[in-house]
Write a new protein. Structure first.
Ligand code: Q9C
Ligand code: ZN
Length: 654
């Protein structure tokens, strides 16, 4: 069945879409929840359908791959396993076999789904190579990029992209001599890397969360020094993130300074994208924050190659809303009939520049264009990377508190030349801050009420932001404020704002640990807030700890001018903390002439929560009891009332 666009005379691009319900028949045998489940492709398909995309594409039906093509990248042994695992005679052994592999399950539908997944990519890849289609998206599962020659792993059975890549190279009449594979799944594409390790016809590029070999699939395969071998040396490119929370800015920096220059030089005949969307914002496995706009920019930049011949094959992506929205954004780019909308304000992480430099250095013998120096202003933009704390947002960018002494010393050596004789201990940023932050003494003369509605309602927890340290339930310690004097007063107040719970997890509290306050008041709503009277200097340190951990301490994030404008406009969104979830400082009136400030998400984030773009997420048990404890400690509510209040906030629709 080929449902074509209504206006074939129009000069619009022919974009293939392939999907088949039979790929939904692969699921966990025990019915247990699993991130790689049938709802993933269903969600995508429904999204494209309701967005009216299907009519604008060439919808193809899936076919099972033939063994002969699979055999180009998998062993006979592997083929037999995947072919037979769903048959009756394996009923009793299936689960035991799956248990031998890393992150693999099998059921009665697995074999067929795996053959359809590989077959679907084959189908569209050939059509794009021939020019029958301009580009295509294969909405498939199980995914493929972790599957190795003789080993299914990481939810992957057949290496779908590798199978299609081999076919294109082997069918000589297609005229495909050079293939660029871009693997933007948050995990390293270990399987694909190995299959083309020695092959200069395939430029394999993978950008992934790596964490020095600790992130899945652990080990050093994803290291940037893995560049290929023999004739394939220089044709394997790994960009290994040191931390989670990478977003549009980080990915686009890698595109601009690594991938695109190399791709220009390589000049592929076709581009295949291992399109996982588990680096997407809200993904429960990835912990990164690429937006649909980010993906569309990444794709747009790749469309400049191979006359736009692009084949996208789904890999990971486990937040259904984020997954479907990101795929939709990509298909719209392939269709090329509307301009990209959106923007990304944040800067790349400091570590992103370090990674980019290391990759460029490693590969410059093979790609001379990389020998050019990066513009100096890019590299030093965020220096010195003085880290005073870890963050309460889902920031995993920190390299832990141990970074402090080393980085501080480096910052002092590199940037603070005149003070190079200064010695700074592990726990003391004081000296550097005193020199570099004259704003501190100025802001220490102004008091504010910091109004809290989340775990900070617990005094002991809030004090971690002031004194440093860690209380029960917290996953990481805080560095505290430079001025460690306790709040001068504490009081409780109710406000007609809505408390709600969103996002998936925080680094500090783990899953289900994120509360927000609607920035706007509404007479029907009532929230209980605990107010701490602290200095504006301390408030700055709290803001930073609540949001981003790596920052330049030479200027405050919220100064007197910001206070003034927050008081006039009710709220102010802080540009420098854009990556954090609580960068919107809301002015909530005053108490004894002292302004009351809270920090929460922006109004536009509220809209994203309402639309489902960001997940609403009930508090986990542990976090909920922290909140109840805080509320009860405030003596405004009994335990039952506090529980009812939290329950209502987490269940009532926004
Ligand atoms: N501690 C893809 O995204 N995680 N695969 C296992 C074990 C496996 C992801 C965690 C993640 C596999 C295609
Ligand atoms: Zn993945």
């Amino acid at each position: 069945m080929e449902s074509n666009s209504d206006s074939t005379t129009e000069n619009r691009r022919r974009v293939g879409l392939i999907y088949d319900e039979r790929m939904c028949r692969h699921f966990t045998p025990d019915g247990e929840g699993h991130p790689e489940n049938p709802n993933r492709i269903l969600a995508i398909w429904n999204k494209l359908q309701s967005a009216g995309i299907l009519q604008r594409c060439v919808v193809l039906s899936a076919k099972e791959a033939e063994d002969e093509y699979i055999a180009a990248v998998h062993t006979k042994n592997h083929i037999d396993l995947i072919k037979n695992i769903s048959s009756k005679k394996f009923d009793s052994r299936r689960e035991r076999i799956a248990a031998k592999y890393n992150s693999i399950y099998f059921n009665e539908g697995s074999s067929e789904a795996a053959y359809l997944a590989a077959g679907s990519v084959l189908e569209v890849a050939e059509k794009v190579a021939k020019g029958v289609l301009d580009s295509a998206f294969a909405i498939i599962r199980p995914p493929g990029h972790h599957a190795e020659e003789n080993e299914p792993m990481g939810f992957c059975l057949h290496n779908n992209v590798a199978v299609a890549t081999s076919l294109l190279l082997n069918k000589r009449e297609l005229g495909i001599n050079k293939i660029l594979i871009v693997d933007w799944d948050v995990h390293h594409g270990n399987g694909t890397q190995k299959m083309f390790w020695n092959d200069p016809r395939v430029l394999f590029f993978s950008v992934h969360r790596y964490e020095f070999g600790r992130f899945y699939p652990a080990g050093d395969d994803g290291s940037h020094i893995k560049i290929g071998e023999g004739p394939g040396a220089g044709y394997n490119i790994n960009v290994p993130w040191e931390n989670g929370w990478c977003g549009d800015a980080d990915y686009l920096a890698v595109w601009d300074h690594v991938l695109i220059p190399i791709a220009k030089d390589f000049s592929p005949d076709i581009v295949i994208i291992s399109a996982g969307f588990d680096a997407a914002v809200g993904d429960p496995l990835g912990g990164c924050c690429v937006t649909p706009y980010g993906y569309s920019m990444m794709l747009k930049k790749l469309m400049k190659f191979a006359q736009g011949k692009i084949v996208m094959a789904l890999e990971g992506g486990y937040n259904l809303a984020s997954l479907a929205n990101s795929v939709l954004a990509c298909v719209e780019v392939l269709l090329e009939d509307k301009p990209l909308v959106g923007s990304s304000e944040a800067d790349p992480f400091e570590s992103t520049w370090r990674v980019i430099e290391a990759v460029r250095e490693e590969l410059s013998p093979f790609w001379p264009i990389l020998k050019d120096e990066l513009p100096r202003k890019l590299i030093i933009r965020q220096a010195p990377p003085i880290q005073i704390s870890t963050s309460d947002s889902d920031v995993e960018n920190d390299n832990g508190t141990h970074i402090v002494s080393e980085d501080l010393e480096k910052a002092i050596q590199d940037v603070v030349q005149p003070f190079s004789e200064l010695r700074v201990g592990v726990n003391s940023n004081d000296d550097v801050n005193a020199i570099y932050a004259p704003w501190r003494s100025e802001l220490s003369n102004t008091d504010v009420w910091y109004a809290t509605f989340g775990s900070n309602m617990c005094k002991s927890r809030f004090l971690c932001y002031i004194e440093g340290g860690q209380v029960e339930g917290m996953r990481k310690p805080c560095a505290g404020s430079l001025d460690k004097s306790p709040p001068k007063e504490i009081l409780w107040k109710t406000f007609s704002h809505r408390l709600f719970f969103g996002r998936d997890q925080t680094k500090t509290w783990g899953p289900g640990g994120v509360a927000f306050l609607h920035p706007e008041s509404n007479s029907q709503d009532k929230a209980y807030l605990c107010l701490y009277r602290i200095t504006l200097e301390q408030f700055n340190d709290v803001l930073v700890q609540e949001n981003i951990s790596s920052f330049d301490t030479s200027s405050p994030v919220f100064d007197l001018t910001d206070l003034d404008s927050a008081m006039k406009k009710r709220y102010i969104s802080l540009e420098v903390l854009k990556r954090g979830w609580y960068h919107n400082v809301v002015y909530m009136g005053n108490e004894n002439g002292i302004p009351i400030l809270t920090m929460t998400c922006t109004l536009s984030d509220v809209e994203s929560f309402k639309s489902g773009k960001f997940p609403l997420c009930a508090p986990a048990k542990e976090y909920a009891s922290t909140l109840v404890g805080g509320l009860v400690g405030g003596k405004l509510l009994s335990e039952d009332e506090a529980m009812a209040y939290i329950l209502e906030a987490s269940t009532k629709p926004l």
